[in-house]
Ligand binder design. Structure first.
Ligand SMILES: [Zn+2]
Length: 641
């Protein structure tokens, strides 16, 4: 792959980036850097990432070796990160990313101290850690500890777990949080293999997004055990992940299984019993699964996301344990990331749609392969609706953030993490599929993953690949696909294909019948799937009477729903109508899970409901906030002032 290197952008905070280097060695000249990277960099020159202080074309981390001890009483990880370094000839220093880390000292592999300096803090990026590299230095060792408030780490009290007896720790690296627990070059384009030795209290177990070398652990001092891990593939640093808790494992197939707290294991194993089939289906579409095992870790309810595609070990919210396997499309999504995202990775966060748009498209293809066209059509149709909502929230079809390729300079990359990346990205791929036919598009995608496996990808790089290997100079095809309009223009181009579901058409008729006065109990809802219920609730009239709401609630026991998606859709309606009888269910939902997708819109909805909603939002949030992950509470803090 060839990546075009744009002129270096000026960092939002020059204070940090421009801190004088501690080393007396001269900075390498641009020419020397270019020559050196061409000759020997592990992956060729990299594009500038405005969310990292690293200068990877001068010196780059290629491997991370962690030796860390978890201290639940002080909520810190402490120990060493030994980093293997590639350096261009003449490079006298390496620049790492850190945030809220305490750096004790830095040495070379032999233990000789190396000079280092921390730059000025930037509220988004953290602080650059610049380390001198005397000639020939190939390994540096950073002695450090994390802060109790490290944004990547959530330390749970026993009360916040399912078992209520042991504390729990988990990490979440995406987008730029890995630097709050590992001092490395925290940029998705700078791939690093890793190894780790994690010391934990003897009654707990550590798992990581890597091969587990010591399943039983090994003795490590009084009342502690250590677990060793190895990830031989180079991965973007946001995929280095750790969880520590009272964990049990159940195999689900030859290369699949589920980890979770013992109290949840039975439910989780039953919900994901078909996991092995998912991997088989994905391989049938895009080629071999290259990561060895595919296991799930079902986390405590404060996990802020649906899932996180950590290699070999997807982290998942317990809110998908619906009891009927109706929400397993989440697993299809995280599994698809084993190709789009983990194998071919967005080079910068401006290219985030390459991870999520591709994955949303593939998720739907896996669901179609496993459950048939109608289920896939329903899911795609719900996604299309979410795209319309996201465009509205981004200021309408001319809004700058409705572009796929985003300008995120000076902004937190999480601002680009909207449904535009997911659903407009997927719609782009559906439009290509429509233009060339499924067979030809599938062959192209499979070859794309082979061509770019274990490499970063930019939006420009993808379009160049598309033109070289699919469009091939066919001007009429280029005009039918409109690649530049999709990637760089706001709104949705004219060739978008709106998904159609016949089941949803029937559901919409029932919603209309209810609007026209049919009682809820007289509607034809037998055997509806979760997706049909979601569509029904979305198709109800925007204004309903208290009697209509009570009729719905009674007939379908909506406030007592155990299915998180259906309950969420119902509570959004209840909030909009200030429907008092649903408040206990709302309070229960907001205080017993912290998935941002559910939590943020409900608080935002409450705040739009005058004194009634605002008082409720503040009261519930006071109680719920300590249980939320920082990713969620940061979002809600901005809403509930
Ligand atoms: Zn995703």
């Amino acid at each position: 792959m060839t990546i075009r290197i744009p002129a270096l952008a000026v960092l939002a905070s020059c204070a940090a980036a421009c801190t004088p280097a501690p080393s007396s060695a001269p900075a390498p000249s641009p020419a020397a850097t270019a020559d050196a990277t061409a000759a020997g960099a592990p992956m060729g020159p990299l594009v500038r990432d405005v969310h990292s202080f690293a200068r990877p074309n001068e010196a780059r981390v290629t491997h991370v070796d962690l030796d860390l001890t978890t201290d639940f009483s002080t909520r810190r990880l402490g120990g060493t990160a030994a980093l293997d370094v590639w350096a261009a000839p003449g490079a006298g220093e390496i620049v790492l990313d850190t945030k809220n880390l305490t750096i004790d000292r830095v040495t070379d592999a032999a233990g000789q101290p190396l000079r280092f300096a921390l730059g000025e803090p930037d509220s988004i990026l953290g602080r650059a850690l610049t380390v001198a590299l005397p000639a020939g230095t190939r390994r540096i060792v950073v002695h450090y500890s994390t802060s109790p408030n490290a944004a990547a780490l959530q330390w749970l009290t026993p009360e916040q777990t399912a078992g209520k007896r042991h504390p729990y720790l988990f990490s979440q690296g995406e987008s730029i949080l890995t630097r709050t627990w590992i001092p490395t070059q925290d940029s998705p384009g700078i791939r690093q293999s890793y190894a780790a030795r994690i010391t934990v209290p003897a009654e707990l177990k550590a798992v990581m997004s890597a091969e587990m070398l010591t399943p039983q652990g090994e003795p490590a001092g009084a009342d502690h055990r250590a677990y060793r891990f190895r990830m031989d593939h180079a991965v973007p640093p946001y995929l280095i992940a750790l969880a520590v808790g009272d964990l049990a494992f159940r195999a689900l197939g030859p290369r699949t299984g589920v980890w979770t707290e013992p109290a949840v294991l039975e439910r989780a194993a039953s919900e994901f019993a078909e996991l092995e089939k998912f991997v088989d289906a994905a391989e049938g579409l895009y080629g071999p699964y290259r990561w060895g095992r595919y296991d799930l870790l079902v986390l405590p309810p404060s996990f802020p996301f649906g899932g996180m595609e950590n290699p070999r070990l997807t982290f998942a919210t317990p809110t998908v344990l619906a009891g009927d396997r109706s929400l397993v499309s989440l697993v299809a999504h995280e599994l698809a990331h084993s190709w789009s995202g983990n194998l071919v990775t967005n080079a910068t966060w401006s290219d985030f749609w390459l991870n999520e748009g591709f994955t949303t498209y593939f998720e739907n293809r896996i669901m179609e392969a496993l459950y048939g066209r109608e289920r896939a059509a329903m899911l795609a149709s719900l996604g299309w609706q979410e795209l319309q909502d996201a465009i509205r929230e981004a200021g309408g079809p001319t809004g700058a953030d409705t572009r796929l390729h985003l300008d995120l300079a000076g902004r937190d990359p999480d601002e680009g993490s909207t449904n535009i990346a997911y659903e407009k990205g997927a719609a782009f791929l559906r439009a290509i599929e429509q233009a060339v036919g499924r067979q030809r598009f599938d062959a192209y995608l499979r070859s794309y993953f082979d061509r770019h496996a274990f490499q970063p990808m930019t939006t420009e790089g993808f379009l160049a690949d598309l033109r070289a290997n699919l469009i091939r100079g066919d001007a009429a095809l280029e005009a039918r696909i409109q690649p530049d309009a999709w990637a760089f223009q706001p709104g949705v181009p004219s060739n978008a294909v709106q998904p159609q579901s016949t089941a949803f058409a029937r559901v919409a008729e029932q919603a209309q019948a209810f609007a026209d006065g049919t009682r809820a109990s007289a509607l034809q809802t037998a055997n509806w799937s979760t997706q049909e219920w979601q569509h029904f609730l979305g198709a109800l009239p925007p204004r309903m009477t208290p009697a209509q709401l009570a009729d719905l609630d009674r007939a379908f026991r909506l406030s007592g729903q155990g299915n998180s998606e259906i309950l969420f859709a119902w509570l959004m309606i209840a909030v909009r109508h200030r429907y008092e009888p649903a408040v206990p269910a709302l309070e229960r939902f907001l205080t017993t899970q912290g998935r941002r997708k559910f939590v943020r819109p409900l608080y935002a909805g409450l705040m739009e409901q005058g004194d009634w909603g605002q008082a409720l939002a503040r009261r519930i949030y006071r109680e719920a906030r300590p249980g939320y992950h920082p990713v969620t509470s940061n979002s809600v803090d901005a809403i509930v002032k």
